[in-house]
Structures are given as structure tokens and as C-alpha cells.
Ligand binder design. Structure first.
Ligand code: ADP
Ligand code: MG
Length: 223
């Protein structure tokens, strides 16, 4: 089984005198669906940041998609990020752009053909039940709708890996369910590896998943 992520003796910190993640070892297989839990401030977002190269390892090794992130060059990192989809709790949509254009962004960056782009965006808009809103701007949508746009955008270029940081944190049940459906669908149909930080693992999960818990700088698998 291919490993999408291999962390060996990995430590993460923002300063010399404080270590957030301390010498952890774990790996994630291609096609895994992984939940990460932990108390507020335990280092969940810090770990996700390291997985897309926004925070370099303080020590140890972190290999994502075959790329060693310790000492990675910017060009290699940009290449890797094209194969990763990221969703944050606060959406990070471009507010001057329509919903449709926001979802298109990763496809434009990856140089997709125009007809492919159009079909892909239409299909994703349907999945998140926002076909009728495609010409609107982010601030004209509710929080739940904006997060559904962010999720559609993260999936638009068929990434090998999705990283989602509390994607349903502030959402109503309806929007949360659409988000979970989309993540499950990407995992089962496209074999996308999914890593989600969440406070609540949904009860209605219809697929097998792994669960890692972060506490006191350590990461342990919960069985
Ligand atoms: N940019 C930063 N600079 C310095 N310290 C940070 C930064 N971001 C987070 N931290 C600290 O790192 C620790 C873990 O934060 P974080 O990973 O955001 O926790 P979680 O996502 O689990 O709530 C906290 O003590 C937090 O204050
Ligand atoms: Mg966080």
C-alpha cells in the first residue's frame, strides 16, 4: 500500500523554547480517511499546516506525496500543493470573485481545458446544492453555503490529498451533512486520501476510517 504521508521523529514548533508536536511517528496510506481530534490548542492546525508545507519540521522527517518537506525548495512545494486540496474553518474565498470563479481557481492554476473546467465546476456546484448561486459573490451567501463552496473548490482539481481543518465547525446540520457526503464521495469514488480535523466524528459515517488523537505533543491512533 502506498504511503501518502510518512512522519518520522517529527517535531513542530513556532519558537525555540516551545514544542507543539514532539517526535511523533505515523503514516497514512493512500486512500485512507483519517479523523484527527484533540483539545483546543493541542496542535491539530499546526500538524495540518506542516502537511502542506506552511510550517517546516523543526526536527525529523515528513514526507508527503513522496516529497520530503524538511528543507523542501519552493518549486517542489508548489508542485506538491497542486495535488492537495485545503479547506479551512474560515473558508478563505476570494470575495471579489463569483462562486463559479472561486471553484475554478485550482483548475485555472493547473491549466485545465476550458470545457473540462466548465463540466467539473457544474458537477461540483450540483454536489454542494449551489447551482442556482453560481453567479453570486461569497458575501451574498450564508456561512454554510460559503463553506460548501470552499469544499467544492478544494476538490475541483481532483487532488490526491484533502486536508480539512474543522470544516463543519460553525455549520448547520444540512451544510455539515453535504460536506461529509462530499468528503466520503471523494474518498470512495476518486480514492482521494482525506485528513479531517474535527471535534465531532459524525455518527453516520458509512466508510471505514482511522482516528488519530493529539495530546501533550503526541499522536496516537484510537481503535
Ligand atoms: N502562528 C503561531 N505562532 C506561535 N504559536 C502558535 C501559532 N499558531 C498556533 N500557535 C500555538 O500552537 C499551539 C497549538 O495551536 P493549534 O495547532 O492552532 O491548536 P489546535 O488547532 O489544536 O486548536 C497553541 O499553543 C497555539 O497558541
Ligand atoms: Mg485549530
Amino acid at each position: 500500500m502506498d504511503k501518502v504521508i510518512i512522519a518520522a521523529n517529527l517535531s513542530l514548533s513556532y519558537s525555540h523554547d516551545e514544542t507543539i508536536i514532539n517526535k511523533v511517528n505515523f503514516s497514512i496510506n493512500s486512500g485512507n480517511f483519517v479523523f484527527i481530534t484533540g483539545a483546543s490548542g493541542s496542535g491539530k492546525s499546526t500538524l495540518l499546516k506542516s502537511l502542506y508545507g506552511a510550517l517546516k519540521p523543526k526536527e525529523g522527517s515528513l514526507v508527503v506525496g513522496g516529497v520530503e518537506l524538511s528543507g523542501v525548495t519552493n518549486s517542489k512545494l508548489n508542485f506538491l500543493r497542486r495535488h492537495i486540496g485545503i479547506v479551512f474553518q474560515d473558508y478563505k474565498l476570494v470575495k471579489e470573485w463569483t462562486i463559479e470563479k472561486n471553484i475554478m481557481l485550482p483548475l485555472i492554476i493547473n491549466g485545465y481545458d476550458k470545457s473540462v473546467t466548465k463540466n467539473q465546476v457544474d458537477s461540483l456546484l450540483k454536489h454542494v446544492r449551489l447551482q442556482h448561486q453560481s453567479g453570486k459573490y461569497p458575501l451574498e451567501l450564508s456561512g454554510g453555503e460559503q463553506q460548501r463552496v470552499a469544499m467544492a473548490r478544494a476538490l475541483s482539481h481532483n487532488p490526491i490529498l484533502i486536508l480539512a481543518d474543522e470544516p463543519t465547525g460553525n455549520l448547520d446540520d444540512y451544510s455539515s451533512q453535504l460536506i461529509w457526503n462530499l468528503l466520503e464521495g471523494a474518498n470512495t469514488q476518486l480514492k482521494t486520501t482525506v485528513i479531517v480535523v474535527t471535534h465531532h466524528i459524525p455518527q453516520a459515517m458509512s466508510i471505514d476510517y482511522k482516528h488519530f488523537h493529539i495530546e501533550y505533543g503526541s499522536i496516537n491512533e484510537v481503535n
